[in-house]
Ligand binder design. Structure first.
Ligand code: PLP
Length: 378
């Protein structure tokens, strides 16, 4: 039995008729950019997140850039974010004209460490991007306290956390996208909520920020041919929005399936010596965008090779922390500046995780992993 890392064809197959009907509706209206399909998806996604505003944009990277620019962050500013995110999180800071500062993560959760963020604040720091990595929400209460003390904006990078919740200090559970002032989502097809192509969105509770994002995604126009800013063509087309409305309808079922699979993985993995799990923070309901484990760094590649030989696909998210990427050598944050992220990068393995994975496939992964660990240790 082979086990793929994800199976996107299986994911969309049950909704085929709904996607085709959505497609036909857009064809019939002739509104391919903007129009009701975009407005309907934005309203549905805002309601899902519990945020007053959602603005659909071309990609998750654009969502981050527009969120930062809408907050007035730009040249001369610094924005702190996690060293162990996808490169786009830092890239967006650079595209907004600011400088990324990479901070370390908590060793148990691999989420941004608020104490390390506080240590890296300078007079130029204007914002923090909290990354909800692997489907778990960052410690927004502690990050909010750091931000308040230094008057910083907080942006949620929610690209991996559609539908994840975390309990606030007031006891209320909030979804990704409705915790900080502004949040950015990706709808890349492998995400928990995926388009049939590229897509992204900004959510916010701030009407002025929503208005700025709407202008920036449409060449900085406040009205037709009234350009108040140098913006972008970052609009998400109607076909993608129509398809996203279909995908949104099965997001909760997909997340529930991921949680069931993760519970099975975690129960069985706990019995395997040499495997470390990522801790779920108290009060947090993760959506397991990825199923990541940690093993001895010296044996990680041999374990992955053995799994591959057994037909089990794995990945690494992410093999090199952002501050050690060549593109950011000029930042001067060399090896040792984020030791937890650096160690984790050498130890992590992402195991197969997608809603249509079966319990039998999970058992196959764990049996093969047990053999690979025994061989590596022996
Ligand atoms: C944490 C994180 N941030 C940002 C992005 C960028 O999103 P996109 O690929 O839609 O530009 C991604 C996904 O690719 C991501 O995983």
């Amino acid at each position: 039995m082979t086990v793929p890392f994800v199976d996107l064809a299986a994911l969309v197959r049950p909704s085929r008729a709904e996607y085709l009907a959505a497609f036909e509706r857009v064809l019939d209206t002739g509104g391919f950019v903007g129009g009701p399909a975009v407005a309907e998806f934005e309203a549905a996604f805002a309601a899902y997140c519990g945020a007053p505003h959602a603005i659909a944009v071309r990609t998750g990277t654009d969502a981050l850039v527009l969120a930062l620019r809408a907050l007035g962050i730009g040249a001369g500013d610094q924005v702190i974010t996690a060293a162990n995110s996808f490169f786009a999180t830092a890239e967006a800071i650079s595209h907004a004209g600011a400088t990324p500062v990479l901070a370390d993560v908590d060793d148990a959760t691999l989420l941004l460490d608020p104490a390390d963020v506080a240590r890296r604040v300078t007079p130029r720091t204007r914002g923090v991007i909290a990354v909800h990595l692997f489907g778990q929400i960052a410690d927004m209460a502690a990050l909010g306290a750091v931000a308040e003390a230094h008057r910083l904006h907080v942006v949620e990078d929610s690209a991996q956390a559609h539908g994840a919740t975390r309990r606030g200090t007031d006891g209320a559970d909030r979804r990704a996208g409705a915790i900080a002032q502004v949040a950015a989502f990706s709808f890349y097809p492998t995400k928990n909520l995926g388009a049939l192509g590229e897509g992204g969105a900004v959510t916010t509770r701030d009407g002025a920020v929503a208005e700025r994002v709407r202008q920036l995604r449409d060449h900085g126009q406040a009205g037709r041919h009234d350009h108040v800013d140098v913006g972008y063509n970052a609009r998400l087309d109607a076909l993608q929005c129509a398809c996203l409305s279909v995908s949104l309808g099965r997001l909760d079922a997909g997340n529930a399936a991921r949680r069931r699979l993760a519970a099975h993985y975690r129960a069985r993995l706990a019995a395997l010596p040499g495997v470390r799990l990522i801790a779920a923070p108290a009060g947090s309901a993760p959506v397991y965008h990825l199923m990541v484990i940690r093993v001895d760094a010296a044996r990680r590649d041999a374990i992955r090779d053995r799994l591959a030989a057994e037909g089990i696909a794995t990945a690494i998210h992410y093999p090199r922390p952002i501050h050690l990427q060549r593109a950011y050598a000029h930042l001067g944050q060399g090896p040792g500046s984020c030791p937890v992220a650096e160690r984790a990068a050498a130890e992590m393995i992402s195991l197969p995780m997608f809603p249509d994975l079966t319990i039998a496939q999970v058992d196959r992964v764990i049996d093969a992993l047990g053999d690979a660990l025994a061989a590596a240790l022996g």
